[in-house]
Design a protein. Structure first.
Length: 525
């Protein structure tokens, strides 16, 4: 079930809330918790009920092992239990996520044909697997408290964060589920939750889905025709996807936080204006924050971190990002994207180390502008591999972005506001592009969304005084941001008629788009 659907907004969510608080207000906390677990299972099984058995097995398996790890006295038994649990979890993830890819590669190499039934990827398996691996490791480290099975089920299946994160940590979530006031209706939580949800809803349905057609057309053409793509078309497609993914993922993150807040639960921050970053390390401290934290705590540090010298640090950094790339999907493009960001981080680390004593006689703001431009360009190049369905398609797009196929403005643009079909056809891309979105209109979208990402406060900033997430971050501009100003600096959401109007317009505008429902991009991961 999608957050941006009629069934969810007008049926599932209100029914879930009404019965949850009806039970909670009568001090029936256990039944209320059980009801929320059942609703979360229903939410998960909406796409494919067959995979309910998979997530239920995963929950029972990991809860059992966590109990053993929490009570076991034998160090050897505990270590064997931990590695058995990690092996089963990662093995299950690898089977469902990568079996098809490995069989296809084996067939290509050996030219043999295998009678292998295509395996459908269970929804959210990457997220609930990582979440429970962290629980096992922390149980082994004696960093968990005693939780019963119902609480653990809610921790794993809580529907606002189940499908695409954030990847929640047991010490952040389970104590909240056990607080009695979470079962009582709180009007302020309802208002804040609806406000955050509506902002995210607008980002997804209006902004992300609004610019998505152009990115889809260009990337699909690169994958299917192989025709050369010129400079403006290539950059238009790459930037369109850059902002589509930004507002799609940012919108989902806001909607998840808002939905959880309706139940009085505060989720961790997962997205904090990453395109404002002036280096790639800062980008990863702002993009998919909970995944970055997981990779740091359970992969990078486990590999040795920076404890064994410079070479080992660079190697561990590269391997961590490569694993992060493979986590996103089975394909050489994802592996290369992860490796590329590993190279980015290594280069940034080396640059900081060897230039810290340099004195360059240019204004600090100009340095930050250059650093931002390089970082943003590097991220856009990475997104080309992330979005492209094949490695060759990504190279086709990048060739166009580099200008090797020409930099001329399409004739259709020079004469009039031609349709996108006319413009792309004039550049030699022979594909059914459909629609009438003009090339000029696409670039207007880009020129609107770019300053929005750089100048406007994000949701975390707007709700920081109302604990919009578990993070205290707010308006982090002075020390890192290359611009000295932002529109609405230090603006805060308030319970007044102005913000009520803004939120209402965002919600109503989003609802008006529901006739064309689209999935969130991170659902495929």
């Amino acid at each position: 079930m999608l957050f941006n659907s009629f069934e969810f907004i007008f049926l599932f969510l209100p029914i879930t809330l009404i019965i949850f608080f009806a039970l909670g207000n009568r001090n029936k906390h256990r039944p209320a918790m059980a009801w929320l677990v059942l609703c979360s299972f229903f939410f998960y099984g909406w796409w494919n009920p067959a995979y309910l058995s998979l997530i239920l097995f995963s929950i029972i398996f990991n809860y059992t092992l966590g109990t053993v790890l929490g009570h076991g006295n034998s160090p050897l038994l505990r270590k064997c239990t931990l590695w058995f649990g990690i092996t089963v979890n990662i093995g299950s993830l690898a089977y469902f996520k990568y079996a098809n890819f490995f069989v296809e590669q084996l067939q290509n190499v050996t030219e043999l044909s295998f009678n292998f039934e295509y395996i459908l990827l269970p929804l959210a398996i990457s997220f609930f697997t990582f979440q429970q691996v962290a629980f096992l490791v922390d149980s082994y480290r004696n960093e968990t408290n005693e939780y019963d099975f119902l609480q653990y089920c809610l921790f794993v299946t809580f529907f606002p964060q189940l499908i695409a994160g954030p990847i929640v940590h047991h010490k952040e979530m389970l104590p909240q589920f056990m607080q009695n006031d979470r079962f009582k209706i709180n009007l302020k939580n309802i208002v804040i939750g609806l406000s955050i949800f509506s902002i995210g809803f607008f980002k997804k349905t209006v902004l992300a889905d609004g610019i998505s057609p152009y990115s889809n057309i260009v990337f699909d053409a690169a994958a299917t025709t192989g025709d050369p793509i010129t400079f403006f078309i290539a950059w238009g497609g790459a930037l369109a996807y850059t902002f589509q993914l930004y507002f799609d993922f940012s919108g989902y993150s806001d909607m998840a936080i808002g939905l959880a807040r309706l139940f009085g639960i505060i989720l961790p921050l997962n997205f904090y204006s990453p395109y404002k970053a002036i280096n790639i390390s800062e980008f990863w401290r702002r993009w998919h924050i909970t995944l970055s934290n997981f990779l740091r705590d359970y992969v990078y540090i486990a590999l040795g971190g920076n404890r064994k010298g410079t070479f080992s640090r660079y190697k561990n950094l590269f391997l961590t990002m490569f694993i992060g790339g493979v986590w996103h999907g089975a394909g050489w493009n994802f592996a290369f994207w992860g490796a590329l960001h590993g190279f980015y981080l290594m280069s940034n680390l080396a640059w900081v180390k060897y230039t810290q004593y340099w004195s360059i006689p240019i204004p600090n703001s100009f340095k930050k502008l250059i650093a931002w431009g390089l970082t943003f360009t590097a991220v856009v190049v990475g997104w080309v591999f992330f979005r492209a369905t094949t490695f060759d398609a990504a190279i086709t797009i990048l060739q166009g972005m580099s200008g090797v196929n020409g930099i001329s403005i399409p004739n259709a643009i020079m004469t009039r506001l031609g349709s996108l079909q006319e413009v792309v056809t004039s550049l030699g891309i022979k594909a059914h592009l459909g629609g009438g979105n003009s090339f000029v209109f696409t670039w207007i979208w880009i020129l609107i969304l770019l300053p929005m990402t750089l100048l406007l406060p994000n949701t975390q900033d707007l709700f920081s005084k109302h604990k919009g997430s578990l993070s205290p971050r707010a308006y982090e501009i002075k020390n890192t941001y290359w611009l000295y100003f932002s529109i609405g600096k230090d603006i805060q959401w308030k319970e007044n008629i102005v913000w009520a109007t803004i939120i209402s317009v965002a919600l109503i505008t989003g609802i008006m788009t529901l006739s064309q429902v689209s999935e969130f991009l991170y659902f495929q991961f």
